[in-house]
Design a protein around this ligand. Structure first.
Ligand code: PXP
Length: 244
């Protein structure tokens, strides 16, 4: 099974917003990623709108021809926007205003009611629901109980460490991946992945989708977006090929 590669274009908007001008346009970036073979486009509408803005989400909905995955916090405001925009998928993520990027996974055990209500409302509207979770058995079990369509495992700890600690984090990801697959829910992963570290995550049995943003936009500064996406795809396919 080939793995879907979704490119997160948030940081094109970060560069745009640094100058308060209209370029570079994240919607143009999304189209170029699709032309380079991306299977989907991911964006994160944060509460503080530090990169993607409401208007970007509307324009992405019109322009994206593959799959639009909207990452958002579990708030009533975001639910209203998602129901009005109808992305193909909503990924619910934890969000703290002061964090630099998404830290940790959702607390499904602590917020079961809110997350269950949002999952129901989105699925009823025909939007698939993915939860962004740390590789934690209790959180995954709680998410499976809420009837989610997909679980995206947080790979940040794996990416930020090396040596024995990285190997241990990969084992945790492997165990979590087995639990998700046995729960008959689609398996995805993301956060901190690069051409250099994506291989072992892509090779986890059952992996269906990877969401990658910062590293591919960083590569694009030097290589161009088309080559950055294609090189990333190559790195994923080499590791999946090695798994077979
Ligand atoms: N997946 C989720 C749920 C995220 O919140 C993010 C960061 O916005 C990513 C993937 C992409 O992470 P990165 O930019 O480190 O590749």
């Amino acid at each position: 099974m080939s793995i879907r590669l979704h490119i997160n274009i948030d940081h094109v908007a970060t560069v745009r917003n640094a100058r308060g001008v209209a370029y570079p346009d994240p919607v143009t970036a999304a189209s170029l990623c699709e032309l380079a073979g991306a299977d989907g486009i991911t964006c994160h509408l944060r509460e503080d709108r530090r990169h993607i803005r409401d208007e970007d989400v509307k324009r992405l909905r019109e322009a994206v021809t593959t799959v639009l995955n909207l990452e958002m916090g579990a708030t009533d405001e975001m639910l209203r926007i998602a129901l009005a925009t109808r992305p193909d998928v909503v990924t619910l993520v934890p969000e703290r205003r002061e964090e630099r990027t998404t830290e940790g996974g959702l607390d499904v055990l602590g917020r079961r009611d809110v997350l269950g209500r949002m999952t129901g409302a989105l699925r009823e509207a025909g939007v698939r629901v993915s939860f962004f979770l740390a590789p934690d058995a209790a959180q995954i079990e709680a998410a499976l109980g809420l009837g989610v369509d997909q679980i995206e495992l947080h790979t940040g700890e794996y990416c930020h460490h090396s040596g024995a600690r990285r190997a241990a984090e990969l084992e945790r990801l492997g165990a979590a991946a087995r639990q998700v697959v046995e729960g008959r829910v689609a398996l995805a992963a993301g956060h901190g992945l690069t051409r250099a570290n994506v291989g072992p995550v892509a090779a986890l049995p059952g992996m269906e989708e990877l969401n990658i943003g910062h590293a591919v936009i960083a590569d694009a500064i030097f290589l161009g977006l088309d080559r950055a996406v294609r090189d990333l795809r190559g790195a994923i396919e080499r590791s999946v090929g090695a798994r077979l």
